[in-house]
Ligand binder design. Structure first.
Ligand SMILES: C[S@@+](CC[C@H](N)C(=O)[O-])C[C@H]1O[C@@H](n2cnc3c(N)ncnc32)[C@H](O)[C@@H]1O
Length: 387
């Protein structure tokens, strides 16, 4: 095993619980090749841990362990079993969930989602990509999947110098998979859609939104109708909007699949649609805002915040008194505090008083590792207009 030396600052970061060391904290890479698991020492030659080494990314080391243990096939098997055991309750409730959430599960740069026995694998660093075949073999041995799809076209792979690839790597893959969430049926196409097929991170927020929703509802950025279909069960009518024609086509099919006659979907830009509805004097009792990340780096946080404020302001103006706003950000760079401040500023401009019903995050199968703040990206605020 190759040995890599890191700075005192880098070692401190790991000893404080983070899993990453940046390139600027690497002192000597020794013989380590990109993609290897290396032993990491501090400047005084004390053992720090064992980590995936990348020779391209600014995140040069992703720690797998801070113990002197053997990282062999059985080690990986144990880690995968741990992930499955921690999700036993979730797997009893739905057939679609995230089995492995990278750093959140101490398995950096590895994501594995399950859709009714079909597995979707992402290996997002040189180290995890090197182990891909072993991971596929272990998934087959441990979980007997119906199929495994490798969904390796995320942009982060370019940073690692890895090719972009989508391929069925095991079993009988079906282009369309039916999943169940809270007794609703959804069609998912992992190898062509957004994310790995569904926004599994919102699953528990669908239920929370359903509990707060009522009356005439609007689901902005609906994708395949995740929120819209859940709201349909408790609302008089639901209107879903998304800019993607493919997403709306699937949303319509999902509504039919569940015999829901009170949901409609349209292809539109939400920014334009909200402006148009304001001019037309439309009003709603429930509005969901679940946009794509408006900021993906620290440098664009200000412009991202302007986007969040605009849609929240416009939505608040469309809400009837007593109306419910379910508003989300999936940008890691917008903290919960910052998001609450944006919503508060929007409510002041809209001359509405907003009462927070719930502050939520991503579903339990996307666990936040407290010492790695980057694992907490999704924020969902449910609030009521009380004046
Ligand atoms: C985070 S996803 C929404 C996920 C969805 N709420 C769910 O739970 O499945 C963001 C969605 O916004 C759509 N989108 C992006 N920009 C948009 C825009 N300006 N107007 C309408 N939809 C947009 C994308 O096509 C994508 O489906």
């Amino acid at each position: 095993m190759a040995t890599i030396r890191i700075s005192t600052r880098g070692a401190k970061r790991i000893r404080q619980g983070h899993l990453w060391v940046y390139r600027s904290d690497i002192r000597d890479t020794g013989e380590a090749a990109g993609g290897a698991i290396a032993e990491v020492l501090d400047e005084a030659s004390n053992f720090v841990g064992q980590a995936f080494y990348s020779d391209r990314s600014e995140i040069a080391l992703r720690f797998l362990s801070t113990r002197k243990e053997k990282i062999d096939r059985e080690w990986w098997r144990t880690r995968l079993r741990g992930c499955a055991e921690r999700r036993a309750a979730i797997a009893g409730e739905t057939n679609a969930y995230r089995l492995v959430y990278s750093e959140g599960d101490l398995l950096p740069s590895i994501i594995i989602d399950v859709y009714d026995g079909h597995y979707v694998l992402q290996t997002l660093s040189q180290g995890s990509d090197f182990l891909k075949d072993d991971l596929i073999g272990l998934l087959v041995e441990e979980f007997q999947p119906r199929s495994i799809v490798e969904l390796n076209d995320a942009r982060v792979r370019q940073i690692e110098g890895l090719e972009s690839r989508r391929a069925v790597v095991y079993g009988d893959h079906s282009q369309e998979i039916e999943i169940a969430q809270h007794a609703l049926r959804f069609i998912v196409s992992p190898d062509i859609g957004q994310k790995t097929g569904a926004f599994l991170d919102q699953r528990e927020n669908y239920r929370a939104a359903q509990q707060a929703a009522r009356g005439r509802a609007l689901d902005c950025f609906t994708f395949n109708g995740g929120f819209a279909l859940h709201l349909a069960a408790v609302c008089d009518s639901v209107r879903g909007i998304d800019i993607s024609t493919e997403a709306v086509t699937v949303a319509l099919r999902n509504a039919q699949l569940n015999d829901l006659g009170n949901v409609s979907f349209e292809v539109a830009n939400v920014f334009d649609a909200l402006r148009g509805m304001e001019s037309a004097g439309e009003r709603f009792d429930t509005i969901v805002l679940d946009p794509p990340a408006f900021t993906k780096s620290r440098a664009t946080v200000k412009s991202g915040a302007r986007g969040y404020k605009e849609i929240n302001l416009r939505a608040l103006k469309l809400l009837n008194p007593g109306g419910v706003l379910i508003t989300c950000t999936c940008s890691y760079h917008v903290s919960e505090q910052m998001f609450l401040e944006i919503i508060a500023a929007a409510s002041v401009d809209a001359r509405r008083r907003l009462q927070v019903i719930e502050k939520r995050g991503q579903s339990r199968d996307h666990p936040v590792l407290l010492s790695v703040p980057e694992t907490h990206y999704l924020k969902c605020v449910i609030a009521r207009v009380i004046e």
